[in-house]
Design a protein around this ligand. Structure first.
Ligand code: SF4
Length: 346
């Protein structure tokens, strides 16, 4: 059993887990809310370390990353465990199977070499919450980057700043599951009382680490579709992450109420200045927000960058928010902290 690195002693009798935002204080022989970590005399033991729940090969667009290495194939891997109680109740990948034959281990280096052998341009952490497998995810990101694969995670954002900062140098993209913009919505849809720190995680990822972010929100009528909260959500995306940040707005359930909520949310998003909003319809293209030229087509799973030349619209020259290279420009926020922005300005 591996001992957690994202943990600090809390007196002599307990240890604080620093992987997700619960920051559980665990006394010996007690297990955290995720059911994946138990404190012992040596520290916190991780039950899911190195385990994978699935590994699939497919288009990166499946992860609602539509402006991120378009038309590339990724290896998607994930483990077991969620941070949100609501997700745990739903089942899925929340519990390690009791059958030892299903407790599969995959070394991080083998994840990377498998991606290479399958001609995958990147590796995406999916299925489970990366925060509760933070140590393993970090090793997978490092190994994947060492073999020149791009990297991304799908997350609820419920990870600590320590974990984000460890991922930062090796992480290119985040598919960010933002469930709403209010206490009641987060209590109902995630089961957490405090959610605002999630916003700090997204802001830091974008501004300091220059990680590409796409936001997904599933609409639940009467839960997270309050117009005032949605306006705040849209404003936050625009001001913090940028007006070109893609926002994927999907129905949270099959009811007509959810479909109407999606329609209203998309309208609010456009009115609030977001330039790329997507729904659940098939074959949605990406259009230039300036001249409406079609930049990217998506047709039955086939993605084509038809209206782009050198990353810009081939009709009007507009440069859309797209990530197509693993070489990241150093963002201004990080340059400012290291004093480079001042030097450059003087
Ligand atoms: S990963 Fe989160 S829920 Fe699990 S023990 Fe650590 S702080 Fe608690």
């Amino acid at each position: 059993m591996e001992i957690a690195r994202f943990a600090t002693p809390n007196g002599t009798e307990s240890t604080r887990c620093e992987a997700c935002l619960w920051r559980c204080v665990l006394h010996h022989n007690t297990t955290g809310r995720c059911n994946m970590r138990t404190a012992g005399p040596e520290g916190i033991v991780m039950h899911n370390h190195g385990m994978i729940s699935g590994a699939t090969v497919g288009p990166v667009e499946d992860h609602r990353l539509w402006h991120f290495f378009p038309d590339t194939v990724v290896l998607s891997v994930g483990s077991w465990g969620y941070a949100f109680p609501v997700d745990q109740e739903r089942g899925g990948y929340g519990a390690i199977p009791t059958d030892p034959a299903k407790q599969r281990i995959l070394e991080p280096e083998r994840v990377a070499s498998f991606a290479l052998n399958q001609l995958c341009r990147g590796v995406v952490w999916s299925f489970s919450e990366p925060a509760v497998s933070a140590e393993y995810v970090l090793d997978v990101l490092r190994a994947s980057r060492a073999s020149s694969r791009y990297t991304a995670i799908t997350t609820t954002g419920y990870l600590t700043m320590e974990v984000l900062n460890s991922f930062g140098p090796y992480l290119d993209g985040i598919s960010f599951d933002l469930r709403g913009f209010g206490d009641t919505a987060y209590q109902r849809l995630a089961g957490v009382p405090h959610w605002q720190d999630i916003l700090e995680i997204a802001a830091r990822a974008r501004r300091y680490w220059n990680i590409h972010i796409e936001i997904t929100t599933r609409m639940h009528h009467g839960v997270n579709d309050d117009p005032k909260e949605l306006r705040s959500l849209v404003n936050w995306i625009r001001k913090t992450l940028g007006e070109q940040t893609p926002w994927h707005v999907l129905p949270g359930d099959a009811g007509t109420g959810a479909a109407a909520a999606v329609f209203r949310a998309r309208r609010l998003g456009h009115a609030g200045g977001l330039q790329f909003i997507y729904g659940s319809e098939l074959n949605q293209p990406t259009q230039c927000p300036r001249c409406h030229n079609t930049l990217i087509t998506r047709n039955k799973g086939v993605v084509r960058m038809v209206g782009l030349e050198g990353g810009a619209c081939n009709n009007c020259g507009f440069e859309p928010y797209l990530r197509t290279s693993i070489f990241k420009a150093k963002p201004l926020a990080r340059a400012a902290e290291s004093g480079e922005a001042d030097k450059a300005a003087s």
